[in-house]
Design a protein around this ligand. Structure first.
Ligand code: ADP
Ligand code: MG
Length: 284
C-alpha cells in the first residue's frame, strides 16, 4: 500500500476568528514496508498530519491518495488496512478483559472466531504480553506500561498494512520504551508492515526510523534518510530538536580533541569510534 498526501492542508475552526492552520501544504508519500519517523516541536502539526494520513480526517485542501486513487473521489480506504493509535491510546481501553479489548477491532472486521483468536494471540505476543497471564485480566488492573502494550496490541490485531502511531512510548519508563520500539522494528522486518511514528525523542527515532520527516509550523521542513537528518545538529536545533545522545557525544569529542569524528547514530557506532580514538591515542 502506498499513501500520498498531495499539497494537503488542515485548519481547525475554519471560518472563525480562532482559525488555526495546523497542516499547511504538505506533500508526503509513504510506501510499502517503510519505517518513517515524524519529529518537530510541540504544535508543529504532527498529530494533525497523522490524522490526515489515516483518512479519518479529510484535508481542507489538497488530497489523500491510496495506491494512486484519491480517497475523496468515492474510493474508500479498505477497512482495516490502516491502523492508528492516537496519543495515550490506553485511555480508550474499555472491555472487561485484555482479550476482548484486543479482539475488538478484528471482531468488528467480522473475521471468524478462529481468526480472531489467532490475531489476538499474535498481537499480544508482538507487544510482549503473555497471553495466558494477561488475556483474562481486567485492563484497568494493569500498570500504565502494560495498558499501553494492550492498546498497541489492539491496533496490531487489525493486521494493517500501514500502522500510524502518535508518540507510542510517551510517559513510559526508559526500559519499556526501548522494548516497545525494538518490537515495532522487529514487526516491520518480519511482516513488512509500513509504520509511521510521531516521536519527540531523537535517540528513539535513531533506532526506529529509516526515514525522517521534520515538521515545523504545519510544514514539512525536511524529509530524508534518518541518518542524514539525525546527524545534522544545526538543522535539528533550528527546529527545537535535541540531537541523539551519540551524535552529541561525537560532536563533543571533535570539539575537545580537535580530531574530526563522524557523528555516530547508534551506541555500537559510538563505541567503535571511542575504540579507534584510543588506539590512535596509544600509537602516538
Ligand atoms: N482540537 C483543536 N482545536 C484547535 N486547535 C488545535 C486542535 N488540536 C490542535 N490544534 C492546534 O493545531 C496546531 C497543530 O497541533 P498538533 O497537530 O496537535 O501538533 P503536534 O502534534 O505537533 O503537537 C497547534 O497550533 C495546535 O494548537
Ligand atoms: Mg501531537
Amino acid at each position: 500500500m502506498r499513501i500520498e498526501l498531495e499539497n494537503a492542508g488542515f485548519v481547525y475552526q475554519q471560518g472563525t476568528a480562532f482559525e488555526v492552520p495546523a497542516v499547511n501544504g504538505v506533500s508526503l508519500v509513504v510506501g510499502p514496508g517503510e519505517r518513517v519517523g515524524i519529529a518537530g516541536p510541540v504544535g508543529s502539526g504532527k498529530s494533525s498530519l497523522l490524522a490526515l494520513m489515516s483518512g479519518i480526517v479529510p484535508p481542507d485542501s489538497g488530497r489523500l491518495l491510496v495506491d494512486g486513487r484519491p480517497v475523496a473521489g468515492g474510493t474508500r480506504i479498505e477497512r482495516g488496512s490502516i491502523g492508528i493509535a492516537f496519543q495515550s491510546p490506553e485511555n480508550s481501553l474499555f472491555e472487561k478483559t485484555v482479550y476482548d479489548d484486543v479482539a475488538f477491532a478484528p471482531r468488528n472486521l467480522g473475521v471468524g472466531r478462529d481468526e480472531e483468536r489467532r490475531r489476538v494471540m499474535a498481537a499480544l505476543a508482538a507487544v510482549g504480553l503473555d497471553r495466558d497471564q494477561f488475556g483474562p485480566r481486567n485492563p484497568f488492573s494493569l500498570s500504565s506500561g502494560e495498558q499501553r502494550r494492550v492498546a498497541l496490541a489492539g491496533v496490531l490485531a487489525l493486521e494493517p498494512r500501514l500502522l500510524l502511531l502518535d508518540e507510542p512510548t510517551a510517559f513510559l519508563d526508559p526500559a519499556t520504551r526501548a522494548d516497545i520500539i525494538g518490537r515495532l522494528v522487529e514487526l516491520n522486518r518480519a511482516h513488512g508492515m509500513a509504520m509511521v511514528i510521531v516521536g519527540h525523542d531523537m535517540d528513539e527515532l535513531a533506532v526506529f526510523a529509516e526515514r525522517l520527516v521534520i515538521m515545523d509550523s504545519g510544514r514539512v521542513v525536511a524529509d530524508s534518510p534518518a541518518r542524514k537528518l539525525l546527524t545534522d545538529v544545526t538543522l535539528l536545533e533550528r527546529h527545537g530538536l535535541e540531537p541523539p545522545g551519540t551524535v552529541q557525544l561525537s560532536r563533543m569529542i571533535t570539539q575537545k580533541t580537535g580530531q574530526h569524528v563522524e557523528p555516530a547514530l547508534t551506541e555500537a557506532e559510538a563505541l567503535m569510534q571511542l575504540k579507534k580514538l584510543r588506539e590512535q591515542g596509544g600509537s602516538r
